[in-house]
Write a protein that binds this ligand. Structure first.
Ligand SMILES: C[S@@+](CC[C@H](N)C(=O)[O-])C[C@H]1O[C@@H](n2cnc3c(N)ncnc32)[C@H](O)[C@@H]1O
Length: 315
């Protein structure tokens, strides 16, 4: 059993869509994720190690970046080199926390949406980031197809996933304290909507989505309770940073970071409009209190500075 689940006090919900049944979504609405998971300082090491990896992988500057599943904006300070930053999440309450922290900075755009049905136009950003979200995705292929279409040709997608083939799970399996094999290529759902993935399986998914893997980093080598108690987080994270590159050869850590490239040459300009209708992909006009679809007529509310594409207004 993976003890690093992010999902105590969150519920499972489904996207409110028409048409085919969408994959189930891990719903963080109203959760205390920020305080409970990151507030205690228990994961200072992981936070630091992840930031080291992201500084190596995320292109330092660009026109527009989107973080999928950005929650309360934990990593937003890493995007200082971008002209515009879209923080997108399914949870309105976590986005409201992000907005309270970052709303004074006009570069940020807050978007409530399901990443399986994005309200973003094709090729709208030059960088996409997704960290600690992949493990909640029951349909990784569908998510990567949708995410990938929003990144412009030549752009980068920096993605983190939880690996099942890490040293602790290998040791537990060898000692017969764990039934499932870390070497089996299929995803392992350790609690509902919490998956660990085999690195080879994830590599195949990135490739099937038409993405080229450019660089990988193995992250959180030292996620061991006793080490975290004994060694200050900044030293442990620095040690992790020193071996993230070489460790990627074997990928034996619980977390793997990947920078993928979208094939093609970068356009001279990104689309001026960010949004399209997540239901019919029609173009939207700004109706002041809502973004209105010129094709299907749905009206997507804008509430307190958050573009909300989860549920249209009644028409
Ligand atoms: C474990 S948190 C990670 C938050 C942030 N990326 C970080 O590393 O601090 C997972 C986030 O993914 C979001 N999420 C999960 N499934 C989603 C979906 N289908 N669409 C949009 N966001 C989703 C959740 O609302 C939650 O905020």
């Amino acid at each position: 059993m993976n003890t690093q689940s992010d999902t105590k006090n969150v519920s499972q919900g489904t996207a409110n869509t028409t048409g085919g049944a969408p994959p189930e979504v891990m719903d963080y609405e109203g959760s205390d994720y920020q305080e409970r998971f990151w507030g205690s300082g228990e994961r200072d090491y992981e936070d630091r190690a992840e930031r080291i990896a992201l500084r190596k992988l995320v292109p330092p500057a660009g026109r527009r970046l989107v973080e999928f599943g950005a929650a309360f904006g934990r990593l937003a300070d890493l995007y200082g080199g971008y002209d515009q930053v879209i923080l997108l999440d399914y949870s309105r309450s976590l986005l409201a926390q992000a907005q309270a922290r970052l709303g004074h900075d006009q570069r940020f755009v807050f978007v409530a949406a399901n990443l399986y049905k994005l309200p973003l136009v094709d090729g709208v950003v030059d960088t996409g980031v997704i960290v600690r979200v992949m493990h909640h995705l029951a349909d990784v292929a569908a998510a990567l197809a949708e995410i990938g279409r929003t990144v412009a040709p030549g752009g980068a997608l920096v993605a983190e996933y939880a690996s099942k083939r890490h040293l602790k799970s290998i040791a537990r399996y060898a000692l017969r304290r764990q039934q499932w094999s870390p070497f089996d290529s299929n995803p392992y759902e350790f609690v509902p909507l919490n998956f660990d993935f085999h690195p080879d399986w994830m590599t195949a998914r990135f490739r099937s989505a038409g993405l080229t893997i450019e660089q990988e980093l193995a992250v959180s080598h030292f996620r061991i309770a006793v080490l975290k108690q004994l060694v200050p987080a900044r030293y442990l994270a620095a040690a992790d940073g020193a071996v993230q590159g070489i460790g990627a050869r074997w990928k034996l850590t619980p977390s793997v970071f990947v920078r993928c490239r979208v094939p093609g040459s970068a356009p001279s300009a990104l689309p001026a409009s960010l949004f399209q209708c997540p239901e019919c992909r029609g173009s939207l006009t700004d109706g002041g209190v809502s973004m209105d679809c010129t094709h299907c007529g749905r009206r997507w509310p804008v509430r307190a500075g958050i573009f909300d594409f989860k549920e249209p207004l009644d028409v």
